[in-house]
Design a protein around this ligand. Structure first.
Ligand code: SAM
Length: 326
């Protein structure tokens, strides 16, 4: 059983606007919620490139889509940061078609969080491994926790977790690991518990949530992957194509927002430059002037959607000329 309710599915499909015959990348397959919907809409002449780092997600989705009789999906057990290579591999026959749509829905799935064999949850005792899949070293979380200097660990917990007790948590981890290495989620929870005040432990948000989130982001280099994915859009998207991104973390949302803003502008010189020297040309248009969030009804049914933020952009039709001339 792979349990995951797609977040803002209706809104994502509306902005993506898949048409029969389109080639579309779902960069974060997960439970296949988006992929299946898109595969139906693009029809037998279209195709979905479904990517995930997690082989469990891929295997589950292969079964589910076969049962649904969908044959227009190519599965890639890969990191979406390698999107350009994936598109080249898929369309190795030239000329390279460009994508009419691309969607990414960041973070981890409910199935991954609930899997008691994996180290994502502070509520389950598991080996300290927060890798999304085998393409990421399964020792990485353990190495970050046991080998990173306190100052660096504090930075990770504070930046990626937005945790105000980052320094004392990092110090407590260092004290614990000086006796023996921290190898399980429970040992990590205990170290965090020793570092935070009693009132923090009585709040609605579990006191280990932010530290676990930070370590997961660091383990999978999630912000670096997102930056690389965004940077590859110019190489893979077709003029008139649409990009839809859903994120759950303010740093990710900021990256997407700033990327869209920059690429939608004709000049990206610093404001104090008297004349433009960047020669930058806008190649996309922002479709979501204001960020889209889940409806109160969806949040009631699926509380996980509470922190989701959707942003979408259209690749300018004029981008054709620019890319043809490359
Ligand atoms: C929130 S889930 C996606 C859920 C999916 N939209 C659905 O409706 O079922 C995120 C998925 O992205 C995958 N993932 C996260 N970062 C990735 C990356 N850099 N490359 C490929 N897959 C990634 C995770 O393994 C997880 O399965």
């Amino acid at each position: 059983m792979y349990n995951h309710i797609p977040v803002m599915l209706e809104e994502a499909i509306e902005y993506l606007n898949p048409q029969p015959g389109d080639f579309i990348a779902d960069c974060t397959l997960g439970g296949g919620g988006y992929t299946i919907e898109i595969a139906k809409l693009v029809g037998p002449k279209g195709k979905v490139l479904a990517i995930d780092l997690d082989e469990t997600a891929i295997n589950h989705a292969k079964l589910k889509t076969a049962q649904a009789g969908l044959k227009n999906i190519s599965f890639y057990h890969a990191n979406f940061r390698d999107l350009k290579r994936i598109v080249e591999e898929e369309f190795s026959h030239s000329p390279l078609p460009r994508l009419a749509g691309l969607v990414f829905d960041l973070g981890l799935s409910s199935a991954q969080l609930e899997d008691s064999a994996r180290g994502f949850s502070f509520q389950k005792d598991a080996p300290l491994d927060m890798a999304f899949g085998s393409l990421i070293s399964e020792r990485r979380t353990e190495e970050i926790v046991n080998l990173t200097p306190v100052s660096e660990l504090t930075k990770i917990i504070s930046q990626f977790g937005e945790e105000r007790f980052a320094l004392s948590i990092a110090r407590s981890i260092a004290k614990t690991r000086s006796v023996r290495p921290i190898k399980t989620t429970s040992e990590l929870v205990a170290a965090i518990e020793r570092a935070v005040p009693g009132v923090y432990k009585r709040q609605r948000l579990h006191f280990a949530t932010r530290t676990f989130q930070a370590l997961r982001i660091a383990t999978n280099e999630e912000l670096i992957s997102l930056e690389k994915l965004l940077a590859s859009l110019k190489d893979v998207m077709a003029p008139g194509g649409r990009v839809v991104g859903i994120s759950f973390h303010s740093l990710e949302d900021r990256l997407i927002k700033q990327f869209f803003r920059n690429e939608a502008r004709d000049c990206i010189c610093p404001p104090n430059f008297p004349i433009c020297s960047c020669n930058h040309k806008a190649w996309l248009k922002i479709l979501t002037k204001k960020v889209i969030t889940a409806s109160p009804e969806e949040i009631t049914v699926n509380p996980r959607s509470r922190s989701a933020k959707l942003r979408a952009a259209l690749i300018l039709p004029t981008f054709a000329k620019a890319s043809a001339g490359e």
